[in-house]
Each structure stands twice: as C-alpha cells, then as structure tokens.
Design a protein around this ligand. Structure first.
Ligand code: ZN
Length: 399
C-alpha cells in the first residue's frame, strides 16, 4: 500500500489556500478540498500558512562545528593563517569527533527546514581524510532526512602543504562530489598552480568545483578571470561555483561588468552569506544579470566564529538586511537564494512545489513570502520525501 500524506490548508509560495497530497514521497496532487484516499493516510492541517520547498544550506562546514560542546572563547589572531593554525591545534587538543559534531548540526538544520546541504569538509596533511570519512558516516546515517553534497576542501592550503592534493584525490575517489579550493593567490601564493590542480582533479573525475575566494578587489577579480578561463577551457560551464567572491562588491563598475559577463558566459554560480564586516557581491545586480546565486551559513559555532544557528530563513533575512532591501520583491530574491537558487547548485532533483516534485516541503508562518523571511518564526512542519521530520521548530527524529 502506498504511503500517503494529505496536507490540508496550505498556501504554496503564498498563493491561494489549497491541499497537497503526497504519495510515496512525491507530490501527487495539489487541489482544494482533497479527501484522504484511505484510512492509513496521515492528515495534517497547515492552518493557511505558507508552503515553500525545503531550504538549502549551500555552504557550511559540518565537520568543524562545536555545537553542543562547552563555550569556546575566541582567541585566534586576525589573519587567515592565525585562524587556521589555531583551529588545527584546538581540534587536535579536544579530540574533536567530526562524525558526531556533523550529526548535531545536520539535526539542527533539519529542525529549521533544511532538506539539502552542501558542506565543505577539511582535507589536510594533519587530519588526512578523517573528516571526510566522519561526515560521510553522518550522511549515511541521516540519508533519509537530508540530501548532502560533500566538497573536499583544502582548508590549510593546497600547494603550500605537499601531499594535500593526493589526499584530495583520495577524498574524491571516496565519493566527494565537489572539489574545493581556497584563495589561490594570497594563501597558496600560486594561483596558476592551485587552479590548474583543482580543475584537473575535478575534470578527471567528472566533479564540480566550489572555491573559497576571500581575496579582495583586483586581487580577487583577477582570480575570477582565471577561474572563468579554466571553466571554459575544460568545458565545465555550469559546474563551477565561487564562494564569497567579496571582490565583486569591491571593484569599479567597468571591471564588475566584465566579471559579470565572464560569470554569465560560463554559468558560474556565486555563493554569498553577507558576513558582518565585509563588502559582498551586489545581489540584485547579479540576479538581474542572470547570475545564479545561492547562500549558506558558512561555519556554525566553530573556532572561526561564535555565530550561526543553521536557519536559512534567518540567512535570507541577513542577506536582505545587509543589502538594504525593503521591497517584497527584493526580499523574495534572498528567499530564492536559499531555496531554488541553492537547489540548482547542489543538484536537487525534482525540487519545488508542484505535482511530480519530491515532497521536501516546509510550512512557515507569514502573510507573504517577505513576511515569512522577516518573521522567521519556527517552522510549523518540515517534510523530507513526504516524511514529517520536524514540528514547531523541533526535530521529530530519534536521537
Ligand atoms: Zn566556508
């Protein structure tokens, strides 16, 4: 007998009230006044709240969160290298368990309505691929409740730490879907070597690329050009993302226009999470120019930052606030970044709220989509493949 769910009285994307019937994990019918097909059907009342597709956490670091552990007093120095060295030492000293910690964050994400996650996971000569194995164990454990994509991420540098590239290849062979990178110029001091290495690895194994690029202004912009060149040369259009790309919010208009054309031509997606003290990419401008945008929490409660709560509606709020958005249609762009935009980047299949889509859905309070973002109240219901996984902001899975 098929497993059925009837979700009564919801407003898909803030439209008219209707009912949604889910059969074996997929939306089979959307229409008003539906009756339960049999007595085994689970019937829930959405009380005229908004129904959106599952939220997408497009950029985080599951393997390094300190969620649930003692409060961490931040003492690392201000540079990227200070923070990386501090983290390596701290995680080693506390015997950090990436598998257990990742599971805590994933469960928090689920309670907030996230159904898809792209996580960068450290690979370095200190920990080898142990974090990749840890997060893969978490992924296997929670596979029915969240879809997860793993980025092999050379957090401690790629070429400056010989042996890292070989470990990255091991991670890819183990099943990492995406090859990461980090500041080829300022950190690795060899942009050509760094980019050639990660592009060759991704190309050889048919993987995507998602590179952390914090480098500012022209320093970052030149690397965007180099990323675009390699995307084109290896026919990887649509398979490359740049995370942060602060430089797009810092260069002059003429240079920005040139970069936008390169991003569009090669369909390179941009991830921004609008961190508090940085200039960041101009969201509306990029959206208008047809650039794919997505967002994420980045690190949550780790040795890098005390912030983060895994709430992607709150992330949309932050993106809106920092961009100075007031109009509903502007705020809706940020909601799109944490739903459709992220889903397209992480390769979510059958995503959305229409018949035939996988029933990854969130019931959220608000008269309009913009109000749902601004209020960001606890999610009434969260469904993964039609299964209820959280109610009123609380996860309903076993511990
Ligand atoms: Zn990151």
């Amino acid at each position: 007998m098929p497993k059925t769910l009837l979700l009564k009285n919801v407003r898909p994307l803030a439209a008219e009230t209707t009912d949604v019937l889910v059969t074996d994990g997929f939306i089979s019918q959307i229409a008003p006044n539906l009756a339960a097909p049999d007595t085994n059907t689970t019937v829930l009342d959405g009380q005229n709240q908004i129904l959106i597709p599952g939220l997408v956490e497009g950029h985080t670091h599951l393997d390094k969160t300190l969620l649930g552990l003692a409060w961490h007093k931040h003492q690392a120095g201000p540079t990227l290298k200070d923070k990386i060295d501090h983290e390596r030492k701290q995680l080693r000293e506390m015997n950090h368990d990436s598998h257990k910690q990742a599971a805590k964050q994933v469960k928090l994400s689920i309670s907030r309505g996230t159904t898809h996650i792209r996580t960068h996971v450290d690979v370095d000569t200190d920990k080898g691929i142990s974090h990749i194995e840890g997060v893969m164990a978490t992924r296997a454990e929670l596979k029915d409740y969240v879809d997860m994509q793993i980025v092999a991420f050379p957090q401690s540098g790629l070429l400056v730490r010989p042996g890292t590239l070989e470990l990255m290849e091991e991670a890819v062979k183990l099943g990492a879907e995406v090859v990461g990178g980090i500041d080829p110029m300022s950190f690795d001091r060899d942009p050509k070597g760094h980019l050639d290495a990660i592009f060759n690895l991704a190309h050889q194994y048919g993987r995507e690329i998602d590179i952390h690029l914090h480098d500012p202004a022209e320093l970052g912009a030149v690397q965007v050009e180099m990323i675009a060149e390699r995307t084109k040369a290896l026919s990887m259009k649509g398979k490359v993302a740049i995370s942060h790309a602060f430089c797009l919010g810092m260069v002059d208009e003429a240079y920005l226009q040139k970069l936008i054309e390169l991003l569009r031509e090669n369909d390179i997606a941009i991830m921004t999470h609008a961190p508090g003290n940085r200039l960041f990419p101009p969201i509306l401008r990029l959206k208008k120019e047809g650039i794919r945008l997505f967002s994420g929490s980045d690190g949550i409660r780790d040795t890098w930052s005390p912030y983060g709560n895994a709430d992607m509606l709150e992330r949309a709020w932050i993106l809106s606030y920092r961009s100075g958005f007031r109009y509903d249609h502007e705020i809706e762009v940020t909601l799109d970044m944490v739903t459709q935009g992220g889903a397209a980047v992480v390769g979510a299949k059958n995503y959305g709220i229409s018949e035939g889509c996988q029933a990854d859905m969130v019931v959220v309070s608000g008269e309009t989509l913009a109000e749902a973002v601004i209020n960001r109240l606890p999610r009434k219901f969260v469904f993964k493949k039609g299964q209820l996984v959280a109610t009123d902001g609380q996860i309903t899975l076993p511990d």
